[in-house]
Write a protein of this length. Sequence first.
Length: 353
Amino acid sequence: MWTAALFRLISNVNTTIPEIKVGESIVISLASIRKAKDNLKKIINSTPLQFSQTFTDLSKAQVFMKPECLQKNGSFKIRGAYTMLHRMADEEKARGVVTFSAGNWAQGVAYAASMLNIKAVVILPEWCNQKKIEATKGYGAEVVIYGRDSQELLKKTLELHEQKNYVYINPFSNINMMAGTAAIGIEIIEEKPDTEIIVVPIGGGALIAGIAMGAKHLKPEVKIYGVQPFGANAIYQSLKKGDIVEVKIETIADGLAVSKPDKQAVKFVGEYVDEIILVTEDEIKRAIYLLLERAKLLVEPAGATAMAGVFSGKLPDLKNKETVVVLTGGNIDLNLLKEILESNGSHQENQKN
Protein backbone atom coordinates (compact mmCIF):
# COMPACT_ATOMS: atom_id res chain seq x y z
CA MET A 1 0.00 0.00 0.00
CA TRP A 2 2.14 2.87 1.29
CA THR A 3 5.71 3.63 0.35
CA ALA A 4 7.05 6.48 2.48
CA ALA A 5 7.30 9.86 0.74
CA LEU A 6 6.16 8.48 -2.64
CA PHE A 7 2.88 9.64 -4.14
CA ARG A 8 2.29 8.75 -7.76
CA LEU A 9 -0.02 11.05 -9.67
CA ILE A 10 -0.04 11.94 -13.34
CA SER A 11 -1.03 15.48 -14.33
CA ASN A 12 -0.42 17.82 -17.21
CA VAL A 13 -0.63 20.88 -14.99
CA ASN A 14 2.61 22.76 -14.45
CA THR A 15 3.78 23.74 -10.99
CA THR A 16 6.16 26.42 -9.87
CA ILE A 17 7.64 24.03 -7.30
CA PRO A 18 9.83 21.36 -8.91
CA GLU A 19 8.61 17.79 -8.57
CA ILE A 20 10.80 14.69 -8.62
CA LYS A 21 10.05 12.30 -11.48
CA VAL A 22 10.04 8.58 -10.76
CA GLY A 23 9.60 6.85 -14.10
CA GLU A 24 6.42 8.29 -15.59
CA SER A 25 4.95 9.24 -12.21
CA ILE A 26 5.12 12.45 -10.25
CA VAL A 27 6.05 12.56 -6.59
CA ILE A 28 4.65 15.56 -4.73
CA SER A 29 7.33 16.56 -2.28
CA LEU A 30 6.74 17.43 1.34
CA ALA A 31 8.36 20.79 0.56
CA SER A 32 5.68 21.45 -2.04
CA ILE A 33 2.90 20.71 0.44
CA ARG A 34 4.51 22.84 3.14
CA LYS A 35 4.87 25.69 0.66
CA ALA A 36 1.17 25.45 -0.12
CA LYS A 37 0.36 25.38 3.60
CA ASP A 38 2.45 28.51 4.22
CA ASN A 39 0.82 30.36 1.31
CA LEU A 40 -2.63 29.55 2.68
CA LYS A 41 -2.03 30.95 6.17
CA LYS A 42 -3.36 34.41 5.33
CA ILE A 43 -6.09 33.06 3.06
CA ILE A 44 -7.95 30.44 5.08
CA ASN A 45 -9.51 30.16 8.52
CA SER A 46 -7.71 28.08 11.10
CA THR A 47 -9.72 24.92 11.87
CA PRO A 48 -8.21 23.30 14.97
CA LEU A 49 -9.42 19.84 15.97
CA GLN A 50 -12.42 19.53 18.27
CA PHE A 51 -12.84 16.53 20.59
CA SER A 52 -16.33 15.10 21.15
CA GLN A 53 -17.04 12.96 24.20
CA THR A 54 -20.57 12.31 22.93
CA PHE A 55 -19.35 10.96 19.59
CA THR A 56 -16.63 9.00 21.35
CA ASP A 57 -19.29 7.30 23.46
CA LEU A 58 -21.45 6.61 20.40
CA SER A 59 -18.68 5.18 18.22
CA LYS A 60 -16.21 3.78 20.81
CA ALA A 61 -13.44 5.60 18.91
CA GLN A 62 -11.66 8.63 20.33
CA VAL A 63 -13.34 11.14 18.01
CA PHE A 64 -11.78 14.44 17.00
CA MET A 65 -13.36 16.61 14.29
CA LYS A 66 -11.58 18.72 11.68
CA PRO A 67 -14.30 21.38 11.12
CA GLU A 68 -13.68 22.54 7.55
CA CYS A 69 -17.37 23.47 7.63
CA LEU A 70 -16.10 26.62 9.37
CA GLN A 71 -13.72 27.38 6.51
CA LYS A 72 -14.02 30.45 4.26
CA ASN A 73 -16.80 29.88 1.71
CA GLY A 74 -18.04 27.18 4.11
CA SER A 75 -15.83 24.47 2.62
CA PHE A 76 -12.29 23.09 2.36
CA LYS A 77 -12.33 23.85 -1.39
CA ILE A 78 -10.60 27.23 -1.03
CA ARG A 79 -7.39 25.42 -0.07
CA GLY A 80 -6.99 23.62 -3.38
CA ALA A 81 -8.48 26.38 -5.50
CA TYR A 82 -6.17 29.09 -4.21
CA THR A 83 -3.06 26.91 -4.35
CA MET A 84 -3.81 25.84 -7.91
CA LEU A 85 -4.56 29.34 -9.23
CA HIS A 86 -1.66 30.93 -7.34
CA ARG A 87 0.79 28.50 -8.96
CA MET A 88 -0.42 29.06 -12.52
CA ALA A 89 1.91 30.77 -15.00
CA ASP A 90 1.20 34.44 -15.75
CA GLU A 91 0.16 33.53 -19.30
CA GLU A 92 -2.40 31.06 -17.94
CA LYS A 93 -3.75 33.57 -15.44
CA ALA A 94 -4.27 36.07 -18.26
CA ARG A 95 -6.35 33.56 -20.24
CA GLY A 96 -8.77 32.87 -17.39
CA VAL A 97 -10.01 29.48 -16.17
CA VAL A 98 -13.04 27.27 -16.68
CA THR A 99 -14.16 24.45 -14.42
CA PHE A 100 -17.31 22.68 -13.20
CA SER A 101 -18.76 22.00 -9.79
CA ALA A 102 -21.75 21.01 -7.70
CA GLY A 103 -21.30 24.25 -5.73
CA ASN A 104 -18.51 24.31 -3.14
CA TRP A 105 -15.64 24.02 -5.63
CA ALA A 106 -17.31 26.79 -7.63
CA GLN A 107 -17.22 29.12 -4.65
CA GLY A 108 -13.62 28.24 -3.85
CA VAL A 109 -12.46 28.90 -7.42
CA ALA A 110 -14.50 32.10 -7.67
CA TYR A 111 -13.15 33.47 -4.39
CA ALA A 112 -9.54 32.53 -5.14
CA ALA A 113 -9.78 33.95 -8.67
CA SER A 114 -11.10 37.24 -7.32
CA MET A 115 -8.12 37.55 -4.98
CA LEU A 116 -5.68 36.81 -7.81
CA ASN A 117 -7.47 38.92 -10.46
CA ILE A 118 -8.19 35.92 -12.72
CA LYS A 119 -11.33 35.54 -14.81
CA ALA A 120 -13.24 32.43 -13.74
CA VAL A 121 -16.08 30.66 -15.54
CA VAL A 122 -17.87 27.88 -13.65
CA ILE A 123 -20.35 25.35 -15.02
CA LEU A 124 -22.99 24.43 -12.43
CA PRO A 125 -25.73 21.77 -12.77
CA GLU A 126 -29.38 22.57 -13.32
CA TRP A 127 -30.22 21.24 -9.84
CA CYS A 128 -27.58 23.32 -8.03
CA ASN A 129 -28.51 24.97 -4.74
CA GLN A 130 -29.53 28.55 -5.62
CA LYS A 131 -27.55 29.96 -2.71
CA LYS A 132 -24.39 28.35 -4.06
CA ILE A 133 -25.10 29.85 -7.47
CA GLU A 134 -25.55 33.32 -6.01
CA ALA A 135 -22.46 32.99 -3.82
CA THR A 136 -20.35 31.97 -6.82
CA LYS A 137 -21.60 34.98 -8.78
CA GLY A 138 -21.04 37.18 -5.75
CA TYR A 139 -17.35 36.28 -5.71
CA GLY A 140 -17.11 37.51 -9.30
CA ALA A 141 -17.23 34.33 -11.37
CA GLU A 142 -19.26 33.90 -14.54
CA VAL A 143 -21.77 31.10 -13.99
CA VAL A 144 -23.14 28.82 -16.72
CA ILE A 145 -26.02 26.52 -15.75
CA TYR A 146 -25.88 23.32 -17.78
CA GLY A 147 -26.55 19.59 -17.46
CA ARG A 148 -27.57 17.13 -14.78
CA ASP A 149 -24.47 15.07 -14.02
CA SER A 150 -20.68 15.39 -13.90
CA GLN A 151 -20.21 14.05 -17.46
CA GLU A 152 -22.56 16.65 -18.95
CA LEU A 153 -20.85 19.39 -16.95
CA LEU A 154 -17.44 18.19 -18.12
CA LYS A 155 -18.60 18.24 -21.76
CA LYS A 156 -19.70 21.88 -21.49
CA THR A 157 -16.51 22.84 -19.66
CA LEU A 158 -14.33 21.36 -22.40
CA GLU A 159 -16.41 23.14 -25.06
CA LEU A 160 -15.69 26.52 -23.47
CA HIS A 161 -12.05 25.56 -23.01
CA GLU A 162 -11.78 24.98 -26.76
CA GLN A 163 -13.90 27.94 -27.85
CA LYS A 164 -12.54 30.62 -25.51
CA ASN A 165 -9.02 29.29 -24.79
CA TYR A 166 -9.68 29.29 -21.05
CA VAL A 167 -7.40 27.10 -18.95
CA TYR A 168 -9.33 23.92 -18.12
CA ILE A 169 -9.26 23.07 -14.44
CA ASN A 170 -9.93 19.43 -13.62
CA PRO A 171 -11.69 19.38 -10.22
CA PHE A 172 -10.84 15.71 -9.66
CA SER A 173 -7.17 15.33 -10.58
CA ASN A 174 -4.88 18.34 -10.36
CA ILE A 175 -1.43 18.21 -8.83
CA ASN A 176 -1.50 21.72 -7.35
CA MET A 177 -5.04 21.48 -6.04
CA MET A 178 -4.05 18.31 -4.21
CA ALA A 179 -0.99 20.02 -2.75
CA GLY A 180 -3.43 22.52 -1.22
CA THR A 181 -5.72 19.89 0.26
CA ALA A 182 -2.68 17.93 1.47
CA ALA A 183 -2.19 20.76 3.96
CA ILE A 184 -5.16 19.34 5.88
CA GLY A 185 -3.27 16.10 6.40
CA ILE A 186 -0.19 18.00 7.56
CA GLU A 187 -2.27 20.09 9.99
CA ILE A 188 -3.92 17.01 11.50
CA ILE A 189 -0.67 15.14 12.17
CA GLU A 190 1.20 18.23 13.42
CA GLU A 191 -1.60 19.12 15.84
CA LYS A 192 -2.26 15.54 16.94
CA PRO A 193 0.79 13.32 16.29
CA ASP A 194 -0.89 10.28 17.89
CA THR A 195 -3.63 10.23 15.23
CA GLU A 196 -4.22 6.63 14.14
CA ILE A 197 -7.13 6.98 11.72
CA ILE A 198 -8.40 9.78 9.47
CA VAL A 199 -11.90 9.44 8.02
CA VAL A 200 -12.72 11.42 4.87
CA PRO A 201 -15.71 11.56 2.50
CA ILE A 202 -15.09 10.57 -1.12
CA GLY A 203 -16.62 12.24 -4.16
CA GLY A 204 -14.12 12.56 -6.97
CA GLY A 205 -11.24 11.37 -4.79
CA ALA A 206 -9.00 14.46 -4.84
CA LEU A 207 -9.61 15.42 -1.21
CA ILE A 208 -8.86 12.03 0.29
CA ALA A 209 -5.83 11.77 -2.01
CA GLY A 210 -4.47 15.08 -0.80
CA ILE A 211 -5.10 14.33 2.87
CA ALA A 212 -3.43 10.93 2.54
CA MET A 213 -0.51 12.61 0.82
CA GLY A 214 0.08 15.14 3.58
CA ALA A 215 -0.61 12.86 6.54
CA LYS A 216 1.46 9.91 5.30
CA HIS A 217 4.45 12.08 4.51
CA LEU A 218 4.63 12.73 8.26
CA LYS A 219 3.20 9.45 9.54
CA PRO A 220 3.26 6.58 7.02
CA GLU A 221 1.39 4.19 9.31
CA VAL A 222 -1.73 6.37 9.72
CA LYS A 223 -4.87 4.70 8.34
CA ILE A 224 -7.00 6.59 5.81
CA TYR A 225 -10.64 5.51 5.60
CA GLY A 226 -13.04 6.78 2.94
CA VAL A 227 -16.83 7.00 3.06
CA GLN A 228 -19.23 7.27 0.11
CA PRO A 229 -23.03 7.32 -0.10
CA PHE A 230 -24.68 4.27 -1.63
CA GLY A 231 -26.22 6.69 -4.12
CA ALA A 232 -22.89 8.18 -5.27
CA ASN A 233 -20.38 5.35 -5.05
CA ALA A 234 -18.58 5.49 -8.41
CA ILE A 235 -15.07 5.15 -6.97
CA TYR A 236 -16.11 2.25 -4.73
CA GLN A 237 -17.70 0.47 -7.68
CA SER A 238 -14.76 1.24 -9.98
CA LEU A 239 -12.28 -0.26 -7.54
CA LYS A 240 -14.51 -3.29 -7.04
CA LYS A 241 -14.75 -3.91 -10.79
CA GLY A 242 -11.17 -2.98 -11.63
CA ASP A 243 -12.32 -0.50 -14.26
CA ILE A 244 -14.06 2.89 -14.40
CA VAL A 245 -17.76 2.59 -13.61
CA GLU A 246 -20.41 5.23 -14.24
CA VAL A 247 -23.25 5.27 -11.71
CA LYS A 248 -26.63 6.93 -11.37
CA ILE A 249 -26.57 9.62 -8.68
CA GLU A 250 -29.23 9.36 -5.99
CA THR A 251 -28.06 11.20 -2.88
CA ILE A 252 -28.60 14.38 -0.92
CA ALA A 253 -24.80 14.71 -0.69
CA ASP A 254 -24.49 16.92 -3.78
CA GLY A 255 -20.82 17.64 -3.06
CA LEU A 256 -20.08 13.94 -3.62
CA ALA A 257 -22.27 13.59 -6.73
CA VAL A 258 -19.68 12.24 -9.17
CA SER A 259 -21.21 9.85 -11.70
CA LYS A 260 -17.96 8.85 -13.42
CA PRO A 261 -14.64 9.28 -11.61
CA ASP A 262 -11.28 10.35 -13.01
CA LYS A 263 -9.05 7.38 -13.83
CA GLN A 264 -5.99 8.75 -12.01
CA ALA A 265 -8.05 9.60 -8.91
CA VAL A 266 -9.37 6.04 -8.79
CA LYS A 267 -5.87 4.66 -9.14
CA PHE A 268 -4.58 6.81 -6.30
CA VAL A 269 -7.48 5.97 -3.98
CA GLY A 270 -7.02 2.28 -4.69
CA GLU A 271 -3.34 2.45 -3.79
CA TYR A 272 -3.35 4.67 -0.72
CA VAL A 273 -6.76 4.50 0.95
CA ASP A 274 -6.98 1.64 3.44
CA GLU A 275 -10.73 1.07 3.48
CA ILE A 276 -13.88 2.45 1.83
CA ILE A 277 -17.39 1.90 3.18
CA LEU A 278 -20.84 3.03 2.03
CA VAL A 279 -23.53 4.80 4.04
CA THR A 280 -27.25 5.33 3.53
CA GLU A 281 -29.11 8.60 3.16
CA ASP A 282 -30.67 8.11 6.59
CA GLU A 283 -27.21 7.62 8.12
CA ILE A 284 -26.05 10.89 6.55
CA LYS A 285 -29.14 12.72 7.82
CA ARG A 286 -28.62 11.36 11.33
CA ALA A 287 -25.01 12.56 11.29
CA ILE A 288 -26.14 16.06 10.24
CA TYR A 289 -28.69 16.10 13.06
CA LEU A 290 -26.25 14.92 15.73
CA LEU A 291 -23.49 17.29 14.59
CA LEU A 292 -25.84 20.23 14.97
CA GLU A 293 -27.49 19.04 18.18
CA ARG A 294 -24.42 17.83 20.05
CA ALA A 295 -21.40 19.54 18.45
CA LYS A 296 -23.20 22.78 17.50
CA LEU A 297 -21.77 22.47 13.97
CA LEU A 298 -23.85 23.06 10.86
CA VAL A 299 -22.61 20.51 8.31
CA GLU A 300 -23.92 19.78 4.81
CA PRO A 301 -24.61 16.21 3.63
CA ALA A 302 -21.26 15.74 1.86
CA GLY A 303 -19.50 17.19 4.89
CA ALA A 304 -21.30 14.87 7.29
CA THR A 305 -20.75 11.68 5.29
CA ALA A 306 -17.47 10.80 7.02
CA MET A 307 -19.11 11.13 10.44
CA ALA A 308 -22.00 9.00 9.18
CA GLY A 309 -19.41 6.33 8.43
CA VAL A 310 -18.04 6.53 11.97
CA PHE A 311 -21.53 6.24 13.50
CA SER A 312 -22.50 3.38 11.17
CA GLY A 313 -20.20 0.83 12.81
CA LYS A 314 -19.01 -0.33 9.38
CA LEU A 315 -15.45 0.98 9.63
CA PRO A 316 -12.90 -1.50 11.02
CA ASP A 317 -10.77 -1.19 14.14
CA LEU A 318 -12.13 2.11 15.44
CA LYS A 319 -12.46 1.03 19.08
CA ASN A 320 -10.29 3.22 21.31
CA LYS A 321 -8.39 4.51 18.25
CA GLU A 322 -7.40 8.18 17.97
CA THR A 323 -9.68 9.09 15.07
CA VAL A 324 -9.97 12.37 13.17
CA VAL A 325 -13.12 12.92 11.12
CA VAL A 326 -13.00 15.58 8.39
CA LEU A 327 -16.19 17.66 8.16
CA THR A 328 -15.69 19.08 4.69
CA GLY A 329 -18.39 21.73 4.34
CA GLY A 330 -21.35 23.54 5.83
CA ASN A 331 -23.27 24.91 2.84
CA ILE A 332 -26.55 23.11 3.42
CA ASP A 333 -29.89 23.94 1.83
CA LEU A 334 -32.09 25.28 4.62
CA ASN A 335 -35.21 23.49 3.39
CA LEU A 336 -33.30 20.21 3.52
CA LEU A 337 -32.01 21.08 6.99
CA LYS A 338 -35.55 21.75 8.18
CA GLU A 339 -36.69 18.35 6.88
CA ILE A 340 -33.76 16.60 8.56
CA LEU A 341 -34.34 18.32 11.89
CA GLU A 342 -38.04 17.53 11.86
CA SER A 343 -37.68 13.87 10.87
CA ASN A 344 -34.75 13.09 13.17
CA GLY A 345 -36.24 15.10 16.02
CA SER A 346 -39.43 13.03 15.80
CA HIS A 347 -37.36 9.84 15.74
CA GLN A 348 -35.49 10.91 18.89
CA GLU A 349 -38.76 11.64 20.68
CA ASN A 350 -40.19 8.26 19.70
CA GLN A 351 -37.10 6.52 21.07
CA LYS A 352 -37.51 8.33 24.42
CA ASN A 353 -41.15 7.30 24.61
